[in-house]
Design a protein around this ligand. Structure first.
Ligand SMILES: C[S@@+](CC[C@H](N)C(=O)[O-])C[C@H]1O[C@@H](n2cnc3c(N)ncnc32)[C@H](O)[C@@H]1O
Length: 262
Protein backbone atom coordinates (compact mmCIF):
# COMPACT_ATOMS: atom_id res chain seq x y z
CA UNK A 1 0.00 0.00 0.00
CA UNK A 2 1.45 3.40 -0.93
CA UNK A 3 1.32 6.06 1.75
CA UNK A 4 1.85 9.79 1.67
CA UNK A 5 5.09 9.31 3.66
CA UNK A 6 6.46 6.78 1.15
CA UNK A 7 5.40 8.78 -1.92
CA UNK A 8 7.16 11.90 -0.64
CA UNK A 9 10.35 10.04 0.36
CA UNK A 10 10.49 8.20 -2.97
CA UNK A 11 10.28 11.46 -4.94
CA UNK A 12 12.99 13.02 -2.74
CA UNK A 13 15.49 10.16 -3.11
CA UNK A 14 14.95 9.48 -6.80
CA UNK A 15 16.10 13.07 -7.27
CA UNK A 16 18.88 13.10 -4.64
CA UNK A 17 20.39 9.65 -5.37
CA UNK A 18 22.89 10.78 -8.05
CA UNK A 19 24.65 13.14 -5.61
CA UNK A 20 23.86 11.39 -2.31
CA UNK A 21 27.24 9.73 -1.79
CA UNK A 22 29.20 12.82 -2.78
CA UNK A 23 27.04 14.87 -0.44
CA UNK A 24 27.80 12.51 2.46
CA UNK A 25 31.50 12.10 1.59
CA UNK A 26 32.52 14.11 4.66
CA UNK A 27 30.80 11.66 7.03
CA UNK A 28 33.10 9.28 8.88
CA UNK A 29 31.24 6.06 8.03
CA UNK A 30 33.96 3.87 9.56
CA UNK A 31 33.64 5.62 12.92
CA UNK A 32 29.81 5.49 12.77
CA UNK A 33 29.88 1.75 11.99
CA UNK A 34 32.25 1.12 14.93
CA UNK A 35 29.94 3.04 17.27
CA UNK A 36 26.98 1.03 16.00
CA UNK A 37 28.92 -2.23 16.42
CA UNK A 38 29.66 -1.26 20.03
CA UNK A 39 26.01 -0.60 20.90
CA UNK A 40 24.89 -3.77 19.10
CA UNK A 41 27.44 -5.90 20.97
CA UNK A 42 26.43 -4.35 24.28
CA UNK A 43 22.83 -5.40 23.60
CA UNK A 44 24.04 -8.94 22.85
CA UNK A 45 22.23 -10.27 19.76
CA UNK A 46 22.32 -14.04 19.23
CA UNK A 47 24.20 -13.86 15.91
CA UNK A 48 25.44 -11.66 13.07
CA UNK A 49 22.61 -11.74 10.49
CA UNK A 50 21.85 -8.04 9.91
CA UNK A 51 19.07 -6.39 7.91
CA UNK A 52 19.69 -2.71 7.15
CA UNK A 53 16.22 -1.26 6.52
CA UNK A 54 16.17 1.95 4.44
CA UNK A 55 19.81 1.16 3.61
CA UNK A 56 20.17 3.90 0.99
CA UNK A 57 23.32 3.46 -1.09
CA UNK A 58 24.58 0.80 1.33
CA UNK A 59 27.63 2.64 2.62
CA UNK A 60 26.96 1.92 6.29
CA UNK A 61 25.60 -1.55 5.48
CA UNK A 62 28.90 -2.51 3.88
CA UNK A 63 30.93 -0.90 6.67
CA UNK A 64 29.01 -3.18 9.07
CA UNK A 65 29.73 -6.14 6.79
CA UNK A 66 33.42 -5.29 7.08
CA UNK A 67 33.02 -5.57 10.86
CA UNK A 68 31.75 -9.15 10.55
CA UNK A 69 27.99 -8.89 10.02
CA UNK A 70 26.21 -10.94 7.36
CA UNK A 71 24.27 -8.11 5.78
CA UNK A 72 21.24 -7.52 3.58
CA UNK A 73 19.28 -4.34 2.93
CA UNK A 74 16.21 -2.79 1.42
CA UNK A 75 15.22 0.76 0.52
CA UNK A 76 12.26 2.52 -1.03
CA UNK A 77 14.27 4.20 -3.78
CA UNK A 78 15.29 2.08 -6.79
CA UNK A 79 18.06 4.60 -7.57
CA UNK A 80 19.53 4.31 -4.06
CA UNK A 81 19.35 0.50 -4.33
CA UNK A 82 21.05 0.58 -7.74
CA UNK A 83 23.93 2.49 -6.13
CA UNK A 84 24.04 -0.02 -3.24
CA UNK A 85 24.18 -2.95 -5.68
CA UNK A 86 27.04 -1.41 -7.62
CA UNK A 87 28.93 -0.75 -4.36
CA UNK A 88 28.22 -4.23 -2.96
CA UNK A 89 27.61 -6.68 -5.80
CA UNK A 90 26.34 -9.97 -4.43
CA UNK A 91 24.78 -8.40 -1.32
CA UNK A 92 21.02 -8.98 -1.01
CA UNK A 93 19.97 -5.35 -1.54
CA UNK A 94 16.41 -4.88 -2.79
CA UNK A 95 13.68 -2.30 -3.17
CA UNK A 96 11.21 -2.27 -0.29
CA UNK A 97 9.08 -0.02 1.89
CA UNK A 98 9.46 0.31 5.67
CA UNK A 99 5.68 0.49 5.79
CA UNK A 100 5.22 -2.74 3.92
CA UNK A 101 8.50 -4.72 4.03
CA UNK A 102 9.17 -7.18 1.21
CA UNK A 103 7.71 -10.62 1.98
CA UNK A 104 9.98 -13.55 2.84
CA UNK A 105 12.91 -11.56 4.20
CA UNK A 106 13.33 -13.97 7.10
CA UNK A 107 14.52 -13.20 10.62
CA UNK A 108 17.63 -11.31 11.65
CA UNK A 109 19.79 -11.02 14.76
CA UNK A 110 20.16 -7.29 14.15
CA UNK A 111 17.91 -4.83 12.30
CA UNK A 112 19.20 -1.32 11.66
CA UNK A 113 17.40 1.73 10.24
CA UNK A 114 19.86 4.59 10.05
CA UNK A 115 20.43 8.24 9.25
CA UNK A 116 16.97 9.64 9.91
CA UNK A 117 15.07 7.24 7.61
CA UNK A 118 12.24 6.95 10.17
CA UNK A 119 11.84 10.74 10.26
CA UNK A 120 10.36 10.43 6.74
CA UNK A 121 7.29 8.84 8.33
CA UNK A 122 4.95 11.77 8.69
CA UNK A 123 2.37 10.37 11.11
CA UNK A 124 2.58 8.48 14.40
CA UNK A 125 0.49 5.73 12.75
CA UNK A 126 3.16 5.26 10.05
CA UNK A 127 5.90 5.11 12.69
CA UNK A 128 3.86 2.55 14.61
CA UNK A 129 3.46 0.45 11.47
CA UNK A 130 7.15 0.65 10.56
CA UNK A 131 8.38 -0.22 14.06
CA UNK A 132 5.96 -3.15 14.21
CA UNK A 133 7.29 -4.35 10.83
CA UNK A 134 10.93 -3.98 11.91
CA UNK A 135 10.23 -5.79 15.19
CA UNK A 136 8.72 -8.61 13.12
CA UNK A 137 12.04 -9.09 11.32
CA UNK A 138 13.90 -9.80 14.58
CA UNK A 139 14.81 -13.30 15.67
CA UNK A 140 14.33 -14.06 19.40
CA UNK A 141 16.93 -12.03 21.30
CA UNK A 142 17.44 -9.81 18.23
CA UNK A 143 18.40 -6.14 18.46
CA UNK A 144 16.84 -3.16 16.67
CA UNK A 145 19.01 -0.03 16.29
CA UNK A 146 17.83 3.22 14.71
CA UNK A 147 18.43 6.94 14.91
CA UNK A 148 16.12 9.93 14.78
CA UNK A 149 16.72 13.63 14.37
CA UNK A 150 16.34 15.68 17.54
CA UNK A 151 14.64 18.99 18.26
CA UNK A 152 18.15 20.47 18.47
CA UNK A 153 18.88 19.37 14.89
CA UNK A 154 15.59 20.69 13.53
CA UNK A 155 15.79 23.98 15.44
CA UNK A 156 19.35 24.46 14.16
CA UNK A 157 20.17 23.25 10.66
CA UNK A 158 16.48 22.55 9.99
CA UNK A 159 15.59 26.20 10.55
CA UNK A 160 18.12 27.89 8.31
CA UNK A 161 19.91 27.85 4.94
CA UNK A 162 23.29 26.10 4.90
CA UNK A 163 25.80 25.24 2.20
CA UNK A 164 26.45 21.60 3.08
CA UNK A 165 28.84 20.83 0.24
CA UNK A 166 31.10 23.05 -1.81
CA UNK A 167 33.57 21.42 -4.21
CA UNK A 168 34.73 22.21 -7.76
CA UNK A 169 32.03 19.93 -9.20
CA UNK A 170 29.26 19.69 -6.60
CA UNK A 171 27.47 22.33 -4.58
CA UNK A 172 24.59 21.57 -2.23
CA UNK A 173 22.39 24.06 -0.38
CA UNK A 174 20.00 22.93 2.34
CA UNK A 175 17.07 25.11 3.38
CA UNK A 176 14.88 23.95 6.24
CA UNK A 177 11.39 25.21 6.97
CA UNK A 178 11.57 24.56 10.72
CA UNK A 179 11.54 27.43 13.20
CA UNK A 180 13.90 27.95 16.14
CA UNK A 181 10.99 26.82 18.36
CA UNK A 182 10.11 23.73 16.27
CA UNK A 183 7.70 21.77 18.47
CA UNK A 184 7.89 18.10 19.49
CA UNK A 185 6.06 15.99 16.91
CA UNK A 186 5.96 18.81 14.35
CA UNK A 187 6.70 18.31 10.64
CA UNK A 188 9.09 20.27 8.46
CA UNK A 189 10.53 20.27 4.96
CA UNK A 190 14.24 20.15 4.13
CA UNK A 191 14.85 21.43 0.59
CA UNK A 192 18.09 20.36 -1.06
CA UNK A 193 19.30 22.26 -4.15
CA UNK A 194 22.19 20.35 -5.71
CA UNK A 195 24.41 21.77 -8.45
CA UNK A 196 26.67 19.36 -10.38
CA UNK A 197 29.27 20.42 -12.92
CA UNK A 198 29.62 18.06 -15.87
CA UNK A 199 32.62 19.74 -17.50
CA UNK A 200 30.64 22.31 -19.49
CA UNK A 201 27.55 23.20 -17.51
CA UNK A 202 26.17 23.32 -14.01
CA UNK A 203 23.06 21.17 -13.63
CA UNK A 204 20.61 21.83 -10.84
CA UNK A 205 18.41 19.23 -9.13
CA UNK A 206 15.97 20.00 -6.33
CA UNK A 207 14.49 17.63 -3.81
CA UNK A 208 12.10 18.28 -0.95
CA UNK A 209 12.40 16.05 2.11
CA UNK A 210 9.32 16.02 4.31
CA UNK A 211 10.07 14.84 7.83
CA UNK A 212 8.54 14.69 11.27
CA UNK A 213 10.14 14.99 14.69
CA UNK A 214 9.19 11.90 16.71
CA UNK A 215 9.19 12.57 20.49
CA UNK A 216 11.33 10.02 22.36
CA UNK A 217 8.59 9.15 24.86
CA UNK A 218 6.20 8.28 22.00
CA UNK A 219 8.89 6.18 20.30
CA UNK A 220 9.51 4.25 23.52
CA UNK A 221 5.79 3.55 23.85
CA UNK A 222 5.56 2.33 20.25
CA UNK A 223 8.58 0.04 20.70
CA UNK A 224 6.97 -1.51 23.76
CA UNK A 225 3.68 -1.87 21.87
CA UNK A 226 5.66 -3.72 19.16
CA UNK A 227 6.82 -6.21 21.82
CA UNK A 228 10.35 -4.87 22.29
CA UNK A 229 12.21 -3.74 25.39
CA UNK A 230 14.02 -0.43 25.11
CA UNK A 231 17.61 -1.12 26.16
CA UNK A 232 19.24 2.27 25.60
CA UNK A 233 18.52 5.70 24.15
CA UNK A 234 21.80 7.47 23.42
CA UNK A 235 22.47 11.03 22.33
CA UNK A 236 24.78 11.43 19.33
CA UNK A 237 26.78 14.66 19.25
CA UNK A 238 29.67 15.53 16.91
CA UNK A 239 30.58 11.92 16.19
CA UNK A 240 30.35 10.68 19.80
CA UNK A 241 27.69 8.84 21.77
CA UNK A 242 26.42 10.01 25.16
CA UNK A 243 24.63 7.75 27.60
CA UNK A 244 21.71 10.12 28.11
CA UNK A 245 19.70 11.70 25.31
CA UNK A 246 19.35 15.47 25.62
CA UNK A 247 16.93 16.55 22.85
CA UNK A 248 18.20 20.10 23.21
CA UNK A 249 21.90 19.27 22.72
CA UNK A 250 22.18 16.07 20.67
CA UNK A 251 22.08 15.95 16.86
CA UNK A 252 20.51 12.53 16.87
CA UNK A 253 18.83 10.10 19.24
CA UNK A 254 20.06 6.51 18.90
CA UNK A 255 17.55 3.89 20.07
CA UNK A 256 18.46 0.29 20.93
CA UNK A 257 15.58 -2.13 21.53
CA UNK A 258 15.60 -5.87 22.10
CA UNK A 259 13.19 -8.68 21.38
CA UNK A 260 12.74 -11.21 24.18
CA UNK A 261 14.90 -14.30 23.84
CA UNK A 262 11.85 -16.50 23.33
C1 LIG B 1 19.24 9.85 4.76
S1 LIG B 1 18.99 8.38 3.83
C2 LIG B 1 19.87 7.18 4.83
C3 LIG B 1 20.32 5.98 4.04
C4 LIG B 1 21.12 4.95 4.82
N1 LIG B 1 20.32 4.37 5.88
C5 LIG B 1 22.38 5.55 5.38
O1 LIG B 1 22.58 5.48 6.58
O2 LIG B 1 23.18 6.08 4.58
C6 LIG B 1 17.29 7.96 4.19
C7 LIG B 1 16.85 6.76 3.39
O3 LIG B 1 15.57 6.36 3.85
C8 LIG B 1 14.89 5.82 2.74
N2 LIG B 1 13.46 5.79 3.05
C9 LIG B 1 12.65 6.83 3.39
N3 LIG B 1 11.40 6.38 3.60
C10 LIG B 1 11.41 5.04 3.39
C11 LIG B 1 10.42 4.03 3.42
N4 LIG B 1 9.14 4.30 3.70
N5 LIG B 1 10.80 2.76 3.17
C12 LIG B 1 12.09 2.46 2.87
N6 LIG B 1 13.07 3.38 2.78
C13 LIG B 1 12.73 4.67 3.04
C14 LIG B 1 15.25 6.76 1.60
O4 LIG B 1 14.98 6.20 0.33
C15 LIG B 1 16.74 6.99 1.89
O5 LIG B 1 17.54 6.07 1.19
Amino acid sequence: MTTRSAEAALAAYESLAPVYDTMKAGNNTGNWAKLLDGVIREAGPPGVRLMDAACGTGKTTLALRDLGYKVAGFDLSPSMIAAALSRGPGVAFQVGDLLDPPPGLGRFDVVTCLDDALNYLLDPADLDRALTGLAGLLAPGGVLVFDLNTLHAYRGVGATTTVIMDTDTEYVVLTGTARPDHAPGERLTLDFATFSHDGDHWRRADSSHHQRHHPAADVRALLEKAGLTVARVYGFVDGSLFDELDEHAADKALFVAVRAAG
